[in-house]
Design a protein around this ligand. Sequence first.
Ligand code: SAH
Ligand code: SF4
Ligand code: F3S
Length: 485
Amino acid sequence: MVEILDNELKGLTGNKTHDEARQGEAFAPAADLPNIFKKRFYIESYGCAMNFADSEVIASILQNEGFGATRNTEEADLIFINTCSIREKAEQTIRKRLSELKKVKKTNPGLLVGVLGCMAERLKSKLIEEEKLVDIVVGPDAYRTIPQLIEEAETGQKAVNVLLSREETYADISPIRLNSNGVTSFVSIMRGCNNMCSFCVVPFTRGRERSRPADSIIAECIELYEQGYKEITLLGQNVDSYHFIPVNGNDSEAVSFARLMERVALISPDLRVRFSTSHPKDITDEVLYTMAKYENICNYIHLPVQSGNTRVLQMMNRTYTREWYKAKVDRIREILPDCGISSDIIAGFCTETEKEHQDTLSIIEYSQFDLSYMYFYSERPGTLAARRYPDDIPLEVKKRRLAEIIELQNEISYQSNIKDLGKVFKVLIEGNSKKNENEWMGRNSASKVLVFPKGDYNLQKGDYVNVRVTDCSKGTLIGKVESLN
Ligand code: SAH
Ligand code: SF4
Ligand code: F3S
């Protein structure tokens, strides 16, 4: 989902990694805040969408305690960095940022610096030993205790809480939408992960999987819709395993992911629903048929394959084979013919041979992903792979294999865009295009970005409009308004 690609390879890809798009975004309310707060906090987020959603929960906790947000590190009394550990590079980026913050601390000796999120959970109090400027360390399940930890740190002690929980879902906390476009929003539906993919640090940093009560999810979605939001992305590391049984309820009252998605879709036909991420093993026909049934459930599935070779997939503990994954792609195309499919791919996993790497290339070709997030394997201490297998593929080989994967995927993404030329799509306008304020930017159901001239239509962000594709680049469809919705 996330980390920035190695700099040398960045130039090769038209596909943006999540981090390029979102890494290190500072969160602060759009409007200026009055000067009534006891202290001001600044929060910066790295990593996956779940971290960004968590920062909105953290902002809410802080605001309820009388703290105010600022966009400016110089103005802040508290600086929080919400961190990611998924690859070594992600942690290096954060360490670099922390060393930059030393300058801010010099000019403001009373400043407190807090490290939150996955790197906090992975390194625990070691982080305080290693990074002298850090005062507070908080893991993903301990955000409610941040106000107390601040008090503790104010007395000059270092404050740490990295306890993981089996229950915490922050269900009752209404996130503060910071830096929002007012049109699209994330809603967290579960936390943690039980899958134990051997390369992955997430089960260690985020703990056991738990589903947020369905009613609190629906209430948050309704509130967003009433505030004018038009698209909700249901978030979790593995959303298809969402399973909620009400307190004192029995199994017959269990809410599956398909049921939950249906309930969100029924809020209004004008509210789009997306979800991320799906583990291929858990995406059921029930989910696919529910997607087919509702026009406002977007035809887009992020279905990380990781590798195209069965032996490697087994070592990764992904629980499916090459053939099984291909059959899943076939099934999606059968039930949802226009569905966009994207993927995550890891190059150079432990012991991967050239032939096995070729299998990854051929499964990309077979699956015709519209987009992929592509990485080379980065060993994470403590994971199953780090304990069991040698990280034996030389860095140059990993990089070369990754470059081959990126080159192929870029070509397939471009071909996929070319196939859309002349088609008309219903687009939800998210805002101005980055390059030209006389153009709108929005997405179609399959999550492709469309850019088109505003013209004299008097459209606004949050409107739906039908756009005909007239041209394309590798990453974007270019079009013109065909008709109003
Ligand atoms: N829960 C999501 C993925 C979360 S991590 C899922 O299972 O789909 C996002 C992606 O980072 C993964 O899909 C994987 O491709 C990549 N990734 C995770 N650990 C990695 C590692 N140690 N080295 C390289 N890439 C990794
Ligand atoms: Fe990591 Fe696998 Fe869980 Fe995704 S499903 S978060 S890759 S362990
Ligand atoms: Fe990174 Fe943690 Fe997300 S390791 S990818 S921020 S769950």
